[in-house]
Design a protein around this ligand. Sequence first.
Ligand code: PBG
Ligand code: ZN
Length: 324
Amino acid sequence: MLFPDYRPRRLRQSKAFRRMIRETVLTADDLILPLFAIHGKDVKNPIPSMPGHYQLSVGNLIKTAKKAHKLGVPAVMLFGIPEKKDPLATRAYAKDGIVQKAASELKNKLPDLAVITDVCLCQYTDHGHCGVVEGNIVDNDASLDLLARTALSHAKAGADMVAPSDMMDGRVAEIRNMLDENNLSHVPIMSYAAKYCSSYYGPFRQAAHSAPQFGDRRTYQMDPANAQEAIREVTMDAEEGADIIMVKPALPYLDIICRVRQEIDLPVAAYNVSGEYAMIKAAEEKGWLDGKKVMMETLTSIKRAGADMILTYFAIEAAAELSS
Ligand code: PBG
Ligand code: ZN
């Protein structure tokens, strides 16, 4: 294939040809919308660093979910902001907790929309860590039962799928056992399997009030410098019973998405996180780039890298763009 015998531009000359040879096609089916549920009535608190996103009381959350659903988005990912925090994150696994309420209402009102719940303790602990703290250490094994109880209470409330994001070792197996013992063997686990200790989570922590009150998450989330370790993490979670494995964040870790897609035979999700969203929104606000085009290019890139599904704050905008 050498010039002038081969001319790559031949197949780029018309829109029809370009459509015919397009390798990656993004659809609304690929998108999952993260939502923040908060107690109260008619609450819609704007999240400053995530324009277009809000902490939503259940009624308003359902309105937003409905909009996404109508545009063809198949699923939402629920995060909760509890009314109070304590050392053992008791509001994470309370029957009347915020995620439990939102999940059950959502399933009532929009039965065909898949409800995935984020399973973690950091929004619910007063210290803001994703597990139980002993001294100044996040105690892995002491956290497992609380995580499993959280996942169980979400599934009992009607969640279609649970998604542990804590990065404790062994939590997928613990959650799988807990669900199976409670006649919930049909509920899949989407594991945040390769979750990096990333500064791209900044806007999310503002939105969910989940910043650690001391130290950081380096003892449980992965070092951004590591790729081989991601394969080990993902393999472990697959062996423990994960049904979908996630790489997070997405854009700075496209190489990880690509490798995981090739090396692991499970559906791969990628999380286009809050900081990735905020950067594009901020640049758009300044008039420095075309937000809509960069959004579509970004999501297409994540899919091209190998993601089967993308968790993204752009889900509604992108689905609207795809149906226009
Ligand atoms: C909580 C959690 C975080 C995100 C999802 N679940 C933050 C963190 O680990 O500190 C980040 C999502 C985003 O930035 O969009 N474990
Ligand atoms: Zn957490």
